[in-house]
Design a protein around this ligand. Structure first.
Ligand SMILES: *Cc1c(COP(=O)(O)O)cnc(C)c1O
Length: 353
């Protein structure tokens, strides 16, 4: 019987005894070995993808949202609100619907992946697009939630990080120990902060005998942590990490420095190369943000970073179907068809008739 995360990891996730658990049986995502891709990157790495795109709304955000919405409902809120580059809104809208609550979503103008917007709308959220970027949207949400009985469910909500730490538990439960490296995309930096917290908690309880090095990648057009300053106009094809002022900036620095890890950046063209390579070599389709850590691993491997055999887990944060426009933009559309004859089809395949 599959159970949701709050049940599965109840000793690690505190909720009031009488709370109604708002769950869509999130978590329990597969850790998939990626041997073909690993071979193309480096002979020194055993690479696994934690495919978070297989969560109920198609991203890791569901891990945090089951906690945030359970606690919002338990605290008596009737409405949740978030600013979102897409996946947070899809998840918040779904869990709010599940809870019988209202959901309000502020999205930055311009780039929102079509699949994510579709989800928020279909789950009945009120979606408001602002003439501004994500960071401005989050500031507005913070201000509004402070002065009204609306629960803020962005990752500045501590319950979100509590739920998201469970990804580390599942990886350790699967591998029998922590990997040598855990690599992921970094946007608001909640995920890297939460995963590090999870590993440390498991380590303290002797569930693993070592801690991983935490490695994060930002897109070079949205790399405030790498640059050391806020980016006013973040820009990247990886919309899920198009963030110029990460809410969990300090948490990311802590995770990096305490673990002896690294946070770097990769360009959009490096991202798009891996975005295409992963689904075509391994059959795993992810959204562009997830390709950033893969591009980063390649870059690190080329610089000799992995100097011995190591186990690397990469979080594949969201499903590729979220962003069909970016995917189709890389392929010439099927514009013309061929006659419905054996000859024509053989010819189109390139086989002699
Ligand atoms: C939210 C999100 C990220 C960024 O995670 P942070 O916790 O904000 O760093 C990366 N990829 C996907 C698909 C996301 O939805």
């Amino acid at each position: 019987m599959i159970e949701g995360l709050i049940q599965k990891y109840h000793q690690w996730l505190e909720v009031p005894d009488n709370a109604e658990l708002i769950s869509l049986n999130e978590g329990n995502t597969p850790l998939i070995e990626l041997p073909r891709l690993a071979k193309l990157i480096s002979s020194n790495i055993k690479l696994y993808g934690k495919f978070e795109g297989l969560n109920p709304t198609g991203s890791f955000k569901d891990r945090g949202m089951t906690m945030a919405v359970t606690m919002a409902k338990s605290d008596g809120s009737h409405t949740v609100m978030c600013a979102s580059t897409g996946n947070t809104s899809a998840s918040a809208a779904a869990y709010a619907a599940r809870a019988g609550m209202k959901c309000i979503v502020l999205i930055p103008g311009g780039k929102i992946a079509l699949g994510k917007l579709t989800q928020a709308l279909m789950h009945g959220a009120k979606v408001i697009s602002i003439d501004g970027n994500f960071d401005e949207a989050l500031n507005l949400v913070r201000s509004i939630c402070k002065s009204s009985p609306i629960a803020l469910v962005n990752s500045v909500n501590p319950y979100r990080l509590q739920g998201q730490k469970t990804v580390a538990f599942e990886i350790v439960d699967d591998l029998g120990n922590s990997p040598d490296y855990h690599v992921m995309p970094v946007g608001n930096a909640g995920n890297v902060t939460a995963a590090w917290m999870g590993y440390k908690e498991y380590y303290s309880s002797h569930k693993c005998s070592k801690l991983p090095k935490m490695v994060g990648f930002q897109a070079s057009g949205a790399a405030p942590i790498v640059l050391g300053h806020v980016v006013e106009h973040p820009d990247t094809v990886a919309t899920a990490i198009r963030i110029g002022n990460p809410a969990s900036w300090k948490g990311a620095i802590c995770a990096r420095d305490e673990s002896g890890g690294y946070i770097g950046s990769v360009t959009d063209s490096e991202i798009l190369e891996m975005y295409q390579l992963l689904p075509s070599t391994e059959g795993v389709f992810v959204e562009p943000a997830c390709a950033a850590p893969l591009a980063g691993i390649k870059k690190l491997a080329q610089s000799g970073y992995f100097d011995k055999q190591v186990t690397v887990v990469v979080t594949l944060t969201g499903h590729g179907l979220k962003d069909p426009d970016t995917a189709m933009g890389m392929h010439s559309a099927i514009t013309s068809s061929v006659p419905a004859t054996r000859e024509a089809v053989m010819d189109a395949i390139g086989l002699e008739t």
